[in-house]
Structures are given as C-alpha cells and as structure tokens.
Design a binder for this molecule. Structure first.
Ligand code: ADP
Length: 169
C-alpha cells in the first residue's frame, strides 16, 4: 500500500455537493479535478423535499457512481439537512464548488461565509471549464425534451437515462 493511509497520515477529503438532477459534464469536470487534488472526494446529493426531481435520489446516485468509477477515489451518498453536518460527520474540511459565471458568485459567497462561520469548513472555488460555463442540470433537461438529446452536455449513460425517462426513441 502506498499513499497517506499507509504512512498513517489522515486522508485529505473534500465534498462536491449539489442536486445532480442529473449529473452533467460540468459537474463531472469539477469532481474529476477535485479527485486529483484530494485523497477522497465525497459527492453529496442534497435532498430537497420541496423540489420534485426528474430522477430519484437513488437514480442520481447510481448515475454519478457509474460515471465517476474510473476516478477510483469518489464516494457518492445522499444527504438531508445541512452540508456542514455532512462534513463534520466525515471529517471533511473542504467544500469544492465550480463557479460558472458572476451570477453564481453572490449566492455562493454567502453560502461559503455562512458555512465557514458555522463550522470552520472552507469552500474552494474552481473556475468552470469554459466549455461548460453555460451548463446546468435544468438546461440539460429542457434541451433533452426537444430534438437534441444533449449528448455533448452529459455522459452517455445519462443521455440514455434521459431518453428513457422522457420516452424518446
Ligand atoms: P445545477 O446544475 O442545477 O446548477 P447543482 O445543484 O446540481 O445544480 O450544482 C451543484 C454544483 O455543481 C454547483 O453549485 C456548482 O458548484 C457545480 N456545477 C454545476 N454545473 C456546473 C458547471 N457547468 N460547471 C462547473 N460547475 C458546475
């Protein structure tokens, strides 16, 4: 065994939170980059009971597991409640988020400051790959209801899942 664990050092952990309904290439880009920087990357699928998703939380988790398997250090779980509690329970000191545009910034800054004030957990912002700066799960769902299946926006298994869910053949 090599790496921090074999040397008795604690594993460096980070979390990528979101609703992932469904996971897009933009999410995947951020998770993949985080997986190169940390020993373990936790993906937290945040449960929002007031929002009815296109995919169930279990389906979202399954899709994320499938498309992140090759990274080898990504763990996917759901979480209901505060993200800082998820972090505390797993000894995670850092939240990694993608910043798409200035429009993301105000809200993300407030959340980062609130989370840090609540628990000391840090938020690290990764600039979005410009190819995906316009991309969101909601846009993907809209596009997928039309003639385009969004194959350039999401991984192939997600295209299939969208086709199945929206019954397009
Ligand atoms: P949505 O994709 O609907 O905006 P999520 O809640 O699933 O919402 O997104 C979770 C997080 O994933 C965002 O806060 C952001 O950090 C990151 N993210 C989402 N889309 C992208 C993208 N296209 N590029 C980079 N990061 C993204």
């Amino acid at each position: 065994m090599t790496g921090p664990e074999s040397e008795g050092l604690p594993l460096r952990r980070a979390v990528c939170p979101g609703s992932f309904d469904p996971i897009t290439n933009g999410h995947l880009d951020i998770i993949g980059r985080a997986s190169k920087l940390y020993d373990v990357v936790h993906v937290a699928v945040m449960i929002n009971q007031s929002k009815h998703g296109l995919f169930t939380v279990e389906e979202r988790i399954e899709l994320i597991r499938e498309v992140t398997r090759e990274y080898g250090n990504v763990e996917v779980e759901s979480h209901h409640g505060l993200l800082v509690d998820f972090c505390k329970q797993r000894d995670i000191p850092a939240i990694v988020k993608g910043l798409r545009a200035v429009s993301d910034f105000d809200y993300e800054l407030q959340m980062a400051q609130m989370n840090n004030g609540l628990s000391g957990v840090e938020t690290l912002f990764v600039p979005t790959n410009p190819t995906y700066s316009f991309l969101s799960s909601s846009l993907v769902k809209e596009v997928a209801t039309g003639v385009c299946d969004g194959a350039h926006l999401v991984p192939p298994v997600v295209v299939e899942a969208l086709r199945e869910r929206l019954k397009k053949h």
